[in-house]
Design a protein around this ligand. Structure first.
Ligand code: ADP
Ligand code: ZN
Length: 531
């Protein structure tokens, strides 16, 4: 018998303990393992860090034959194989980075039954030697199952489409009786359907885990002025123990911030695509090994990095979308211990992102980016539990009151700004729904700028009726109206505010506008010139 695996466990828990040293399964894992032991196809949707690997690794150890794992990232593959080997489990990988001699010797080990888990890059399957080799493995040892990691890569609706993934259909065609487990952290319904169709999954067992990460504390902090923001950031970094990642938008900011932190005695390194491969690799390793505590990075950092004990992730600039925010902040607390996710949010950042969006060439890209920006700002300015907002983005209802976000722990005072909303909306009407937010605010605040005077808007009844509030306060109001769907923004070249049915309900006093007031007088500063 070529199977070197102990199969005599009295329970799955015992096997779990034996191979991985864990006492209990995480929610869902046991059922998934059972379905795999019954050779059923499966689709597993779990957030990153949820414990997907175990779902195919444990069955692989309990079933006769070889389990083939398809994984798109060579670095990830190496990490997983290393971790398994460290646990004394027979695992190996084959990919293009290997010397042919080394690949040959791994194949021999597989045929000798020393290997239970074989990791492959998807393009490897196209290699003419690969499928015949698997045929041979099947005839000698049997194939226990296929696990397709990052399965959303088969879908062009996902964020990471890889054409090679479509080739995986060949596995189903060639080995129709071998079960396939597809795993992903991408939650949208459309992508799920695509995975089932593209991989020809047959009546799969479907497990969708909650995307809630209860150990992560979410907060949004105001970013008043650069100086003040840095002070707060430094304070927070000094207050928190353990490793952390700080995300910035640009390479220049990454460099600046990293060296500032160093000057202030924080061990920090930069990471961005402008550094040499070597510098990036070194910095990354030093961070993972805890030589340095803080990585200041662009979003180039993080994909496939497995550091379980990241204690904080700070976004010093706005993330691109709620999903990116979820993924990036989710690099904190993979070990399940408490960790902090902070988003610094200042009004100036919106302008920066808007500027970047304007630079894009593709109108469709711009449209999507604008919508994503609006959702991110909606999150930052949201008046309910941060989890509720994030999870609703993934189609997951969450009742709120999570007890582990800034809103739930320190609710902001809610103020009734209906009268202000009426002023704002009637000013839009007086300007004949042909102007953007900055202009409306200029008129409300009685500005004497060119555009106001040229249009005779200083003659309007709404001219100057909003002097009592700062431009930024008006902007908060304007955006709250937008988020709550109480006014429309159309854009053909420049944005224009237009009233809708809901606006009229406010104007007719049939509806009110409640606003969560920012905690500090952050917004008192004048940043606006007409844009
Ligand atoms: P994913 O692939 O979903 O991102 P992983 O499989 O890498 O997640 O698992 C994330 C972490 O959780 C790993 O450190 C893993 O060892 C740990 N883990 C998984 N299952 C369990 C369990 N049942 N008990 C304790 N820790 C677990
Ligand atoms: Zn909450």
């Amino acid at each position: 018998n070529l199977l070197a695996t102990p199969t005599q466990f009295s329970s799955l828990e015992q096997a779990l303990k034996h191979f991985f040293g864990y006492e209990t399964f995480r929610p869902g894992q046991r059922e998934i393992v059972e379905s795999a032991l019954e050779n059923r196809d499966a689709l597993i949707v779990m957030p990153t860090g949820g414990g997907k690997s175990l779902c195919f690794q444990l069955p692989a150890l309990l079933k006769p034959g070889l389990t083939v794992v398809v994984s798109p990232l060579i670095a990830l593959m190496q990490d997983q194989v290393q971790a398994l080997q460290d646990n004394g489990i027979g695992a190996t990988f084959l990919n293009s980075s290997l010397h042919p001699m080394e690949a040959r010797s791994r194949e021999v080990a597989i045929l000798d039954g020393e290997i239970k888990l074989l990791y492959l890059a998807p393009e490897r399957l196209l290699n003419e030697r690969c499928l015949p080799f698997l045929d041979y493995v099947r005839s000698r040892l049997g194939i226990a199952g296929f696990a397709i990691d990052e399965a959303h890569c088969v879908s062009d609706w996902g964020h990471d489409f890889r054409p090679e993934y479509r080739q995986l259909q060949r596995l189903r065609q060639r080995y129709p009786d071998v079960s396939i487990m597809a795993l992903t952290a991408t939650a949208t319904e459309r992508v799920r359907q695509d995975i089932i169709e593209q991989l020809w999954l047959q009546e799969p067992y479907i497990h969708t885990a909650s995307f809630n990460r209860p150990n992560l504390y979410y907060e949004v902090r105001p970013k008043p002025s650069p100086k003040q923001a840095y002070k707060e950031l430094l304070h927070q970094v000094q207050q928190t123990d353990g490793s952390g990642i700080i995300y910035c938008l640009s390479r220049r900011k990454v460099e600046e911030l990293a060296s500032k932190l160093q000057q202030d005695g924080v061990e920090a390194l930069p990471y961005h695509a402008g550094l040499s491969d070597e510098a990036r690799a070194t910095n990354q390793t030093r961070f993972i090994r805890d030589d340095v505590r803080v990585m200041v990075a662009t979003i180039a950092f993080g994909m496939g990095i497995n550091k379980p004990d990241v204690r904080f992730v700070i976004h010093y600039d706005l993330p691109r979308s709620i999903e990116s925010y979820y993924q990036e902040s989710g690099r904190a607390g993979r070990d399940g211990e408490p960790a902090h996710c902070t988003l610094f949010f200042g009004l100036g950042d919106i302008k920066t992102v808007e500027y970047l969006i304007d630079q894009k060439n593709d109108a469709q890209d711009q449209l999507i980016a604008r919508q994503q920006l609006r959702q991110v700002v909606g999150y930052a300015e949201g008046t309910v539990c941060r989890r509720t907002i994030q999870l609703s983005y993934f189609g997951e209802g969450f009742p709120g009151d999570c007890g582990n976000c800034d809103h739930c722990l320190y609710p902001q005072p809610i103020e009734d700004w209906t009268i202000e909303a009426q002023k704002f909306l009637s000013c839009i009407a007086r300007c004949q729904e042909r102007f953007g937010m900055n202009h409306i605010i200029d008129v409300l605040r009685g500005s004497k700028n060119q555009k106001v005077l040229q249009n005779n808007h200083d003659k309007l009844s709404t001219y100057g009726i909003g002097k009592d509030k700062t431009a930024d306060a008006w902007r908060i109001l304007g955006r709250a109206l937008l988020h709550q769907g109480l006014v429309e923004e159309t854009s053909d070249g420049y944005s224009v505010l237009k009233l809708n049915a809901q606006s009229w309900e406010i104007l007719k006093k049939q509806r009110s506008l409640l606003i969560a007031v920012p905690p500090t007088p952050t917004y008192a500063e004048e940043t606006d010139t007409d844009g």
